[in-house]
Design a binder for this molecule. Structure first.
Ligand code: TYM
Length: 333
């Protein structure tokens, strides 16, 4: 069975619609056909200011949401990154392999550091993609299901893996990104030219999957739409409507042409109401299940503990081979 690895940051109280449609939906789909490892990347969350109590709660809520969305701990390995120390260890190796210029070209770093300013940008934010490369290569992942915004990080991972193998002999598996054709970039409802993001200045255009139905219905009803009246998929001329069509198509299970036909002659208001109701109905059970899982804290912690044990076995084996091939002394004889 081929390996899959992906990760998500616990940096918000709830995942948003982009996280689900771009990434988690794929995680669920791949868990039976692949040996899948999915991690909540709490170390990556440390690259920005965190409140310890909030981080703990968000980490637990992230695991609960993954399970509620259909990532099944009996069919894959769900774990928390900081509990497997090999991530930091291989992360350092990746930092020593990557060029400063190469890391400086990462667009996510450039965007985020520009917004925060040099003094508030941590060194961790700079080395973030190298820890991500370690996350992936520790598990010998063949596939990495992610949204479009992670493409460059996976390319960097591939380059580093190839560099390692050329210098030190075949050791690391070179992964491939798996990015959906549609849904890989869900946009902000208020600014359809920008991706939906937890770090957006305003949350008015971000649909949090754990929010109450009425909150999300209101946000969708006030989504920015485009000139004209037609419900038609055209990302250039009608980015707002196209984004809503993408969302409705994925959550409602109908193709975009079928939806265009269904809403021919309808106004934007009716169309938005259909999107709002579909979103609300889709995530209502996820919200209930997440809340329930969070009340069963010891069971949740047991799942996380079991995941760490399974991940540890694979990760420490890769790390030992990496260290040995680089000439670091073995600890046990
Ligand atoms: P993060 O936590 O920002 O996002 C998690 C996943 O959601 C996808 N995503 C989107 N997809 C479509 N439309 C959007 N608007 C949207 N916003 C986010 C992301 O592409 C991602 O797949 N660096 C990663 C976390 C990470 C990781 C890894 C991923 C750490 N180690 C190893 C894969 C493999 C990140 O910040 O994701």
């Amino acid at each position: 069975m081929k390996r899959v690895l992906s990760g998500i940051q616990p940096t918000a109280d709830s995942f948003h619609l982009g996280n689900y449609l771009g990434a988690i939906r794929q995680w669920v789909a791949l868990q039976d056909s692949h040996d899948a490892f999915y991690c909540v990347v709490d170390l990556h969350a440390l690259t920005v200011d965190v409140d310890p109590k909030v981080l703990t709660e968000r980490t637990l809520a992230s695991v609960a949401q993954l399970i509620a969305l259909g990532v099944d701990p009996n069919r894959c390995t769900i774990f928390v990154q900081s509990q497997v120390s090999a991530h930091n260890q291989l992360g350092w190796v990746m930092e020593c392999l990557a060029g400063f210029g190469e890391a400086s070209r990462m667009t996510q770093f450039k965007d985020k550091s520009q917004k925060a300013g040099a003094d508030r940008t941590t060194v961790g934010l700079f080395t973030y993609p190298l820890l991500q490369a370690a996350d992936i290569m520790l598990y010998g992942a063949n596939l990495v299901p992610v949204g479009e915004d992670q493409r460059q990080h996976i390319e960097l991972t591939r380059d580093l893996g190839q560099r390692f193998n050329t210098r030190y002999g075949e050791t690391l598996v070179i992964p491939e990104a798996q990015i959906m054709k549609a849904g890989a970039k869900i946009n902000d409802l208020q600014d359809p030219s920008a991706k939906m993001s937890k770090s957006a200045a305003s949350q008015a255009g971000v649909i949090d999957i754990l929010d109450e139905a009425n909150v999300n219905i209101k946000k969708i009803k006030s989504a920015v739409t485009d000139m004209g009246k037609e419900i038609r998929f055209d990302e250039k001329e009608k980015p707002g409507i196209s984004n809503l069509l993408t969302i409705l198509s994925h959550l409602g299970g109908k193709s975009i042409p079928a939806l265009e036909a269904e809403f021919a002659g309808s106004g934007y208001g009716d169309f938005k109401m259909a999107v709002a109701n579909t979103v609300a109905d889709y995530f209502a059970p996820v919200r209930t299940r997440t809340q329930q899982l969070l009340t069963e804290r010891s069971e949740l912690l047991a799942i996380i503990e079991a995941g760490a044990k399974k991940a540890e076995v694979v990760a420490s084996d890769t790390l030992a081979r990496v260290y040995a091939n680089m000439g670091l002394l073995p600890r046990h004889r």
